[in-house]
Design a protein around this ligand. Structure first.
Ligand code: FAD
Ligand code: NAP
Length: 336
């Protein structure tokens, strides 16, 4: 365990917000968790790609650095792999591709650490981690003991899980176990977004999991800003889900509205709503704005405070609510 005091958070979050972290505690082993004697509330950090820091952090900040990739079971059709919470997510995806294990190729190039992946049930291009997640190893802060939570207990839903709501601040995730398909048993998902057209462009008609990953990486590199060059936290808001009744009303006023059937309701593309409200590519005097290719991504082009970024997010929410009667909800975790 390494403890440091008064550390700048600038390199710890993908918005590059510079606040002071009073106490930073790097967790390097499971024993470190047993040894922790915290009497006050604290925060847990992975790669910092889904948080917005709006003020100095006076609570201790635990950075989870537990690493390691282990094959737990090798069955005929699938392999169970356990990966430490501190492993980089995309490096782990690359590891699975090198071992020809399928299931997370559509989730290539998502920033962050493996331990955060169950938090919001990361998803992209028609795949969510819940589709392959077998179990979560965690430290229960209330009961001060290590537990294993099965997939079915974790309340996974669209960009959500119990870790984000009902169990907020209760568990420190230490490792996850994924059930990945073995060679000859892969299920390829290419129907979503631009994957199929990218494969067509490259004249690939029978894509492997590695081809799908390459297509996803190429699309993401074209469209999304690299946080190292233009700080951001990915989609700032969740895509709203509305009833059929609300959908009919919206279609009458906005016949082109982008929408998809979603579990008996309709999912709207928040990016389209924000774009139509006039915000795509916008910059304010603090150099905070939205990305020119994807209005759902709020960017910090200068040296804005977290509160400046949050202020723009609230302006966008008000504007979308007044145009469409829809309340956007942040997907990014706001820490204040
Ligand atoms: P952090 O930002 O460090 O933490 C996020 C939350 O999880 C916090 O509440 C934190 O307290 C908690 N947490 C982190 N680690 C642990 C742990 N070990 N135990 C308990 N709690 C923990 N997300 C998607 O779903 N799909 C995408 O396609 C996607 N694309 C993105 C693209 C870009 C350019 C960016 C910047 C972000 C994108 N994201 C996407 C959002 C983000 O990358 C994911 O949510 C990612 O899983 C966050 O990981 P992290 O380690 O950075 O989490
Ligand atoms: P896109 O392909 O331009 O699509 C825009 C929106 O339409 C997405 O939000 C997506 O919903 C939805 N969509 C597209 N095709 C769909 C289909 N066949 N069925 C149902 N919904 C469909 O989106 P993008 O911005 O380039 O992102 C591509 C993927 O990466 C998306 O899955 C997106 O969620 C993910 N991504 C997530 C983040 C993040 O921070 N959370 C950041 C960047 C990209 P979904 O979002 O529900 O998939």
């Amino acid at each position: 365990m390494i403890i440091s005091n008064n550390v700048s958070a600038k390199d710890l979050n993908s918005f590059s917000v510079d606040v002071n972290v009073k106490t930073l505690i790097e967790i390097e082993s499971l024993d470190d968790l047993d040894r922790l004697e915290l009497t006050e509330p604290f925060k847990v950090l992975g790669g910092g790609s889904n948080i917005l820091l709006t003020s100095d952090l006076n609570q201790p900040l635990l950075v989870i650095k537990l690493t390691g990739i282990t094959v737990v079971k090798n069955a005929n059709e699938y392999t169970l792999v356990k990966v430490g919470a501190g492993e980089n997510w995309h490096s782990f995806v690359e590891w699975t591709l090198r071992h020809d294990l399928g299931g997370i190729e559509n989730l290539s190039l998502i920033p962050g650490k493996c331990g955060a992946a169950p938090m919001q049930n990361i998803g992209a291009y028609g795949v969510e981690i819940k589709d392959v997640l077998h179990a979560v190893y965690a430290y229960d802060i209330q009961q001060k003991r290590h537990v294993v939570l099965h997939h079915s207990e974790c309340g996974f839903a669209y960009r959500s899980s119990y870790f984000k709501n009902k169990w907020k601040d209760r568990y420190i995730i230490t490792a996850i176990v994924l059930r990945l398909s073995n060679s000859g048993h892969h299920k390829i998902h290419t129907h979503y977004g631009a994957i199929q057209s990218k494969l067509n462009e490259n004249k690939i008609d029978k894509p492997s999991i590695q081809d799908v990953s390459r297509a996803v990486i190429a699309i993401r590199r074209d469209k999304l800003p690299d946080p190292k060059l233009l700080p951001n936290a990915g989609s700032f808001f969740k895509n709203p889900v509305v009833s059929s009744h609300k959908m009919e009303e919206l279609k009458e006023s906005f016949p082109d509205i982008v929408h998809y059937p979603h579990e008996g309701m309709f999912k709207l593309a928040a990016a389209w709503l924000i774009d139509q409200a006039g915000w795509r590519g916008y910059r304010n005097e603090k150099a905070v704005g939205t990305h020119k290719n994807q209005a759902l991504v709020i960017v910090n082009e200068g040296h804005a405070h977290g509160s400046d970024i949050y202020a723009l997010a609230k302006e966008i929410m008000t504007s979308v609510a007044s145009k469409f009667g829809i309340q956007l909800e942040p997907e990014v975790n706001i820490w204040n």
